[in-house]
Ligand binder design. Sequence first.
Ligand code: URP
Ligand code: ZN
Ligand code: ZN
Ligand code: ZN
Length: 478
Amino acid sequence: MAKTLIKNGLVVNATGTGAADVLIDGETIAAVLAPGSMLLGFDIEGNVDRVIDAAGKYVIPGGVDAHTHMEMPFGGTFASDTFETGTRAAAWGGTTSIVDFVVQYPDQNILDQYHAWHEKAAGNCAIDYGFHQILSDVQDSSLTAMDELIEEGVTSFKLFMAYKGVFLSDDGQILRAFQKGSSNGALMMMHAENGAMIDVLVKQALEAGNTTPFFHGTSRPWQAEEEATHRAIMIADLTGAPLYVVHVSAKQAVDQIAAARDRGLNVFGETCPQYLYLSLEDQLGAWSQQWGDFEGAKWVCSTPLRSKHEGHQDHMWQSLRTNDIQMVSTDHCPFCMKDQKDMGIGDFSKIPNGIGSVENRMDLMYQGVVSGRISLSRWVEITSTTPARMFGMYGRKGVIQPGADGDIVVYDPNGHTSIGLGKAHHMNMDYSAWEGFEIDGHVDTVLSRGRVIVDETGYVGTKGDGAYIKRGLSQYLT
Ligand code: URP
Ligand code: ZN
Ligand code: ZN
Ligand code: ZN
């Protein structure tokens, strides 16, 4: 097995930073050494197959994106990245593990779906991947199957309080699933929006002739998110199940999570780059020559982008500092404008919901370090270490230490990344949600289990390098 030495870099873990050399033997980190790579007089550098000089650069654990939807069937179409294209784009951006969602629609069998997702991913991924399971209707057989899935390494289950007739579970169904999670140790994930309120507001907006993407945002108000977040917390409290609220965008929902945590509950929240940087007015309300007032469809996702006049984005950054929100995933769910998003011209409710950012998350969050909003270690913590702990992968993933997988990114703080189509864009999308964003930093080298998969020439890995991650129970519970 090949040995690699990454020398002269600043190793950044969630717990701190230090100048160190990292020796990788085969797929695993063998040693983190004082700089100089001599061990008891033994010349390490002269005895490895590859030396990577990381002088002036950060050496960080590979990114863990715990919320992706590769080729997800949704809104009458499929998310445009396959496991092959989406994981390759992730690698370009310094992410070395994803956790994707196995979809169950009503009446489908969750174990059949789980096996189908393995077939989609196996042999196609550039990086390692795990699965969460979506529960739509909560069948008796689904509750039994949850135990089996935990044995398979699927230890987290997502339910929805929105999308009636598609994904929505009623409160009784949610209660039953949470009772199961309380007894078997699963982490219960929630899409927290009040679907009944939203369905009325959408209908009223369309009847009033308000059909453009902007009204996707106004028909999914923060009250619908706050209320559902509160309800999910109450069901978690009642049942004792740990709760992880996905894609939090409203400051009021953050405050519900913070209050629950202050009461000592195992309640956690994830946000996404779009809720830190983008807004209802600037993106959902955007106009362009090509798409006119339909331009905003590029950013139609749920929960929606929030108003820049209400302080959600600043509050979200602050919650990342204080750990009221624990981590950042992408909710990568890309759709092209042509032939996908454009199904919603004249009716925003027909726009497939989702944004693609799997390639951009590490860079976008590093920009938070540059602007002084988060520290270097916190950057690693919210993008790698906490996702690994939250979803039962820590030790192998999320840390640079002996015994961990050789999933490493050499990040150049003096480099530069221009995000956008035709620049650093490898997702299967005909636009970038981040067009024009300039990043003061650059992903230079990416190793996945000891293999260099991105170097100065670009992507050098092979389809199928990525393996299934059999996850354990959450390591984040208190
Ligand atoms: O708009 C979104 N978020 N699409 C993906 C599905 C989901 O709810 O996470
Ligand atoms: Zn969701
Ligand atoms: Zn999602
Ligand atoms: Zn560079």
